[in-house]
Design a protein around this ligand. Sequence first.
Ligand code: ADP
Length: 301
Amino acid sequence: MHIAIMSRNKNLYSTNRLKEAAEARGHEVKVIDPLKCYMNINMTSPSIHMKGEDLPKFDAVIPRIGASVTFYGTAVLRQFEMMGVHPLNESVAITRSRDKLRSLQLLSRKNIGLPVTGFANKPADIPDLLDMVGGAPCVIKLLEGTQGIGVVLAETRKAAESVIEAFMGLKANIMVQEYIAEAGGADIRCFVIGDKVIAAMRRQALPGEFRSNLHRGGSATIVKLTPEERSTALRAAKTMGLNVAGVDILRSKHGPLVMEVNSSPGLEGIEKATGIDVADKIIQFIEKNLKKGSAKTKGNG
Ligand code: ADP
């Protein structure tokens, strides 16, 4: 097969591992920076160009689109879909999962456990919003944040009010969430491929920190999931329409609660913590699904 990996940097761990795994299985791979692509949108022969040249024909594309390039990256991916290239994750599903609020709304519609979450844009609504999520302590999140940046734990109602007011003053979109104290600064990353959770790790925050992101100094260890956690992760990925997803779960008194469904989950943390060859499993999944020809939307989303 000819496989394109959409990635801004070919030296990133995940990009490298996917390239290595695909080549080891006899495929030809090209890493393509979506920002270097430009496109010809037309009915008869949609095409993608890079540095004055038409891109060769690919069988499959693995999108690794960073949050900061979602808009242009998904447009390039859509163009691949229109050209009949099989996407590992479809552009519509990626766009859906990048909107944190929309994702939570879709997940809640499917009765998937979530932390109680509120959203408002007027300072006058803050008191009621705080009541809705059970008051302080609560977690305030910037909708555009990643890697734990813009996630604040407000321990008192006064602190929550001032932080929310400050964010609103800056015209930032935020959500306010109940704080799951019993998670103890840990979360579970479930790595989903197709209809299986193929690996899972528990990330633990540093002492005195509640955010378990590895970028924030958290540490990762292999974890055994409960059947409920496994099925929650699978249902969450399916709801978003993602074939490959990193589903982040908090262990609460009321069972697993989904925080986020990530459409370009990193491979480094999960492969190192579990010893599982995730990249190889992704390539095998593409091989099986390409045979079935199961891309659904073909750029129609
Ligand atoms: P990001 O997408 O920026 O990583 P998250 O929503 O995943 O932001 O939050 C970062 C970390 O903060 C999580 O991995 C988790 O450890 C912690 N966290 C987030 N929301 C809650 C919550 N409602 N209760 C307890 N801990 C939380």
